[in-house]
Design a protein around this ligand. Structure first.
Ligand SMILES: [Zn+2]
Length: 198
């Protein structure tokens, strides 16, 4: 069985190196739709794969980081990035291109790490992100599957969120905590789902 949770963000980018002049030479934006697909080996105490409400914390904050933000490939020139940093609060610097494919790989990678760093408290099985689908337009999307992570040979530390983005997270330290747990520096899972008592 597979379940899907949908998120949205309004994001700006330039896709350097692509075929279309409009896309590679001009800053522009899209209304993105992100679909996150989960699987598990068993149902939880409510006979769900994973309660959709549980995706409204850390996972939603990560996707929302890209909303009203400029997403830059870390290959952008210093000149351009210095201008962005000086004139735009919300930006993300990422090790992959901000193409739909790049976003899908990046979000699959980060959300998978979040799931591994989350303490399950309602009888969930081994809940995994099966894939992440990123719609750039009404007619085009990219979907990254776990096997595609071979195309993402990077670390969490290679993604940088600007401070104004972090300050809007429910827990501004959550990405640092995720890095600490994923690298093994911290043994206790930083994210805890609520304990259900009745
Ligand atoms: Zn575009």
């Amino acid at each position: 069985m597979i379940i899907r949770k949908k998120f949205k963000f309004e994001g700006a980018h330039i896709v350097r190196g692509c075929s279309s002049d409009r896309c590679k030479k001009s800053l522009h934006g899209h209304s993105y739709v992100v679909e996150v697909f989960f699987t598990s080996n068993q149902l939880d105490n409510g006979q769900m794969i994973y309660d959709f409400g549980l995706t409204k914390g850390t996972i939603r904050d990560i996707v929302d980081s890209f909303d009203h933000a400029y997403s830059a490939w870390n290959k952008e020139s210093d000149d351009f990035m210095n201008f962005i940093k000086a004139n735009s609060d919300r930006y993300v610097v990422m090790p992959v291109s901000p193409s739909a494919e790049g976003y899908a790989l990046l979000l699959l990678y980060i959300i998978d790490k979040i799931m591994q760093a989350t303490e399950m408290n309602n009888g969930e099985g081994n809940v995994k992100v099966n894939s992440v689908r990123v719609h750039e337009t009404d007619t085009g999307y990219a979907e990254a599957f776990r096997d595609d992570l071979d195309w993402f040979p990077y670390r969490l530390e290679d993604v940088h969120f600007s401070n104004p983005i972090k300050e809007e997270w429910k827990n501004p330290l959550m990405y640092d905590q995720l890095i600490a747990y994923s690298s093994g520096k911290e043994q206790t899972k930083p994210f805890k789902n609520p304990v259900i008592t009745d």
